[in-house]
Design a binder for this molecule. Structure first.
Ligand code: SF4
Length: 487
């Protein structure tokens, strides 16, 4: 049933392809975290330099464990969407993606061959030297006529005593801008370490002061902590009685949300070791999985809660519970991004970090071309088609709970203490609401959706949502019954 058409296979092999993967932190709790990564992925897609741009997350799907399987080519560049180096970029991402690397990433990145794919892992975008230009852009936006005579620049970082690297990049940028001579003075200040941001009136002397937060996104720090610590009331704040006389502060937006970050990402991708090569082939396992899915889709198929129906050269997706409802009663979506945004929340407005939980929203239909159907299905059920096809070909190896637990570090290391009963208790609570079958707990899946059983989807490894819930269970913070979301 899954045999590839060999003529097609030969034709595909000659196509050179490149995949770009952007890695974000994501969140089990709210949908905001992923939005910045979506935005950059869209900007880069528009440039057309990569055949595909895929997002992957630590706490959402596709997860770091799954994301490589979802890339269509054998040439993959992975960029961590983080503002500085640290625990995630040096420990968590390389470990979870199986890069066989731990610790600082060299400037040219790390290149590995993983399961037939050449994978290049780069430094996070925030440490790229061209971020200096983004800081200057942000400064110009709030004060277009900054001058070396009367204007100071403060590059404001988070800073933390746990990671010596996170302040290094703020100092480096401040040094570069100071050397350029565009400002009367340039200072690096921090929220969480010395020199603290609140000390600025003593140390900054210029009458005009531009503050650029070296932060990834707009949030609690940029909207509340920084204005509070500096005494800012808006974009421009007057301080008539400072120790150095009257001063005016111009508060810029965070660097991480500037559209030019898309250029920084492309620079990083170009500079990654071996990135100038000819590109890769179509990844055969991935392509075979999608061909198997498309074959089913062409005659109508149910995948989990979704109904795929062929319609005169296009495909319709809708929640199977909306089967038979007139199209006029449903919101019609026409892009994969529209589908992505629709399925991110339940009907009750709750964020859905695990897409196979049985809470797909209702009330919509999507009408899509075959190419868009692939992308839309990737958003509805990330990695499900690839993993199910691999399972049906006996090529999906389950990772037992003990192995997943042993791998955890940082705040999740304590899941190693969980008893089998505690893990089972969480799984009974969470996984029973999930379409997937827990191969990692020894359960067996005999039929998959590719064989006509809609709910037949394998779970090869406990997801990060369940890992986080087990941590709560071990800490005694998890109430009986309903889900705890306090982690
Ligand atoms: Fe679903 Fe449980 Fe697997 Fe998570 S661990 S994907 S909730 S079956």
């Amino acid at each position: 049933m899954f045999r590839d058409n060999s003529g097609r296979g030969r034709a595909l092999q000659s196509v050179r392809m490149r995949s770009l993967v952007l890695i974000g932190h994501g969140s089990h709790l709210n949908g905001e975290s992923a939005v910045a990564v979506y935005r950059y992925a869209e900007l880069i897609r528009q440039r057309g330099l990569f055949d595909e741009v895929i997002e992957g997350y630590w706490k959402e799907e596709p997860s770091l464990r799954q994301v490589l399987k979802t890339t269509a080519s054998t040439d993959v560049t992975v960029i961590p969407m983080f503002i500085s180096e640290g625990y995630f970029t040096e420990t968590v991402i390389p470990r979870e993606m199986g890069l066989g690397h731990q610790g600082p990433v060299p400037p040219e990145g790390v290149a590995r061959v993983i399961g037939g794919r050449t994978v290049r892992y780069t430094l996070p975008y925030g440490v790229h030297p061209s971020m200096t230009d983004v800081i200057l852009e942000r400064a110009r936006e709030v004060l277009p006529d900054a001058s070396p005579e009367d204007t100071a620049l403060i590059v404001l970082g988070h800073g933390t005593t746990r990671n010596e690297n996170s302040n290094k990049i703020v100092y480096q940028n401040a040094d570069r801008i100071r050397e350029s001579g565009q400002f009367a003075e340039v200072q690096a200040l921090f929220l969480d370490e010395d020199p603290k941001v609140g000390t600025w009136p003593e140390t900054v002397r210029s009458p005009r002061v531009v503050v650029v937060p070296f932060f990834a996104s707009e949030g609690w720090h940029t909207l509340e902590t920084i204005p509070e610590d500096m005494g800012l009331t808006g974009t421009v704040t007057d301080f008539p009685e400072n120790p150095h006389g009257h001063q005016q502060v111009f508060y810029a937006k965070p660097v991480g949300t500037h559209a030019a970050v898309a250029d920084v990402i492309l620079h990083l991708a170009e500079e990654a070791s071996g990135a100038g090569g000819p590109g890769g082939d179509t990844e055969r396992g991935h392509e075979a999985a999608w061909q198997a899915f498309l074959k089913g889709a062409r005659s109508g198929l149910r995948v989990g809660e979704v109904l795929v129906t062929p319609e005169l050269g296009v495909f319709e997706l809708r929640n199977a519970l909306d089967e038979g409802r007139p199209g006029g009663e449903l919101t019609t979506l026409v892009t994969p991004e529209g589908v992505r945004d629709q399925v991110r929340f339940t009907d009750g407005g709750e964020h859905r970090p695990v897409h196979t939980l049985r809470n797909l929203p209702r009330g919509w239909r999507a009408v899509l071309s075959e190419a868009d159907l692939r992308r839309a299905m990737h958003y509805v059920y990330p990695a499900v088609i690839e993993e199910t096809y691999a399972h049906d070909c006996h090529a999906l190896r389950p990772t037992p709970w003990a192995t997943t637990a042993r791998r955890q570090t940082g705040i999740y290391a304590k899941v190693q203490k969980a008893t089998p009963a505690q893990v089972e208790h969480v799984a009974q609570d969470v996984c029973t609401g999930c379409l997937r079958t827990r191969l990692w707990a020894g359960h067996k899946l005999t039929q998959s959706f590719l064989n006509g059983v809609p709910g037949g989807i394998p779970c090869a490894e406990a997801c990060t949502f369940v890992v986080a819930e087990v941590r709560e269970e071990v800490s005694g913070k998890r109430g009986g019954g309903g889900h705890s979301h306090s982690h």
